[in-house]
Ligand binder design. Structure first.
Ligand SMILES: [Fe+2]
Length: 394
């Protein structure tokens, strides 16, 4: 029977502050863990900041298995293999450390540790509309997420993105039962991010907040976090890119990304679904694709939610006094593009590098993507093709 109302979710505990990753062992003990399955990637595993987590586990006498087979785009093969080891090693708590990929790998392994089948049997068809309607009904093992970027929001969200290698597409797994128990939000873990990654992941968080704010399934709670995230990220991302050691900027960005992640309870929308195709066809980073599609999609959406676009423009610091409603709403697109350029992200495609012959196929796949159906204005395939064409003109 369908449930009433809108669902807002977050981890049971979110601990925010410098140095909190050093308390990891304490949280494992509180969760009753005896052996941890520790997921990260090979680069992060070598960082000094990562040894803080390992030392905390050792200090508290907690055994762990270190799993570093986590790719930028986690695959079903890696998840199934990780789960086999989780079971062989008799682990009982999962910790994910890293960007969205490592955290998604950790949570996805948790899904099949407690549900039958491979991760391929646990892809969800309609994650935007119903986080209850998932094939995987048992909660993941107790888990702790420690982000090292300020962007994806996976540490405070219940979804994961996994590549289905048999059918060559990226799908969603998760649902209400995939929410982490604890998120340790420690800005010191984000200091090693180079400027380009800081810009790209920070802009991703900004677009999570934007798309949550105009999403079809927005709620008063998601609105609150979304608008606050936009203001915070607009104020601090540039500072974090300019000086990665600016701890105030790093902390504020982590807070902004957390707010944006909580707002993303709505799901994402058309900037994400159209941008995703630019990654698979042209290898652009997630943040770059969002910066490229933001302008055309915002302008496409204005007739559906002009007042909300004005709120976004004002939150980004634009002056809208004396402008007509549509002129003021257009400032949201102007601000998002100007902001992207200011942190070194591109806002347009290039005919030489990005073959326009791929547009019909990209439009076809984006049209089928679930995120498209959370957008306040649902495009036709022809309109999607036009949006891609517009991305060449800015
Ligand atoms: Fe994103």
């Amino acid at each position: 029977m369908p449930l009433k109302g809108s669902l807002f979710m977050g981890p049971e505990r979110m601990v925010f502050g410098r140095g909190v990753a050093g308390d990891t062992g304490i949280y494992v003990k509180q969760l009753g863990g005896k052996k941890v399955f520790l997921v990260t990637d090979e680069i992060i595993a070598k960082l000094e900041s990562f040894s803080v987590i390992e030392n905390s586990l050792k200090e508290h006498g907690i055994e762990y298995y270190l799993y570093t087979d986590s790719d930028v785009n986690p695959t079903d093969v890696q998840i199934d293999q990780g789960c086999r080891i989780y079971k062989e090693e008799k682990c009982d708590v999962i910790i994910g450390v890293g960007g969205g990929s490592s955290l998604d790998t950790a949570k996805s392994i948790g899904i099949i540790a407690r549900n039958p089948g491979s991760i391929r049997d646990n892809f969800v068809p309609n994650y935007v509309t119903n986080p209850y309607d998932t094939p995987n009904k048992n909660a993941i093992p107790p888990s702790i997420m420690i982000p090292t970027t300020s962007g994806t929001g996976s540490d405070v969200g219940c979804w994961t993105v996994v590549t289905n290698t048999a059918e060559n597409y990226k799908g969603f797994c998760g649902g209400w039962m995939c929410m982490p128990k604890v998120a340790l939000l420690d800005a010191e873990m984000t200091v090693s991010m180079p400027p380009r990654l800081t810009a790209s992941t920070g802009y991703d968080a900004l677009i999570h907040a934007l798309e949550a704010y105009y999403h079809l399934y927005k709620t008063p709670l998601t609105d609150m976090y979304a608008l606050s995230a936009i203001k915070r990220i607009a104020k601090y991302l540039g500072k974090a890119v300019a000086n990665g050691k600016d701890m105030e900027a790093r902390e504020q960005m982590l807070l902004g990304a957390t707010e944006a992640g909580l707002a993303m309870n709505t799901g994402c929308a058309l900037i994400h679904s159209s941008g995703l195709q630019l990654t698979s066809k042209f290898g652009l980073s997630h943040g770059e694709t969002l910066a490229i599609m933001a302008g055309p999609v915002i302008r496409f959406n204005i007739i559906a939610c002009a007042e909300r676009m004005i709120d976004v423009a004002v939150a980004m610091g634009e002056v809208v006094d004396g402008l007509s409603v549509f002129e003021a709403a257009d400032k949201a697109a102007v601000a998002m593009q100007r902001f992207a350029l200011s942190v070194g992200l591109p806002v347009s495609l290039n005919k030489e590098l990005h073959n326009q012959a791929k547009i019909p196929e990209m439009a076809k796949i984006a049209f089928q993507n679930d995120n498209t159906y959370g957008n306040p204005r649902i495009p036709t395939r022809e309109e999607l093709e036009k949006l891609y064409l517009e991305a060449y003109q800015d």
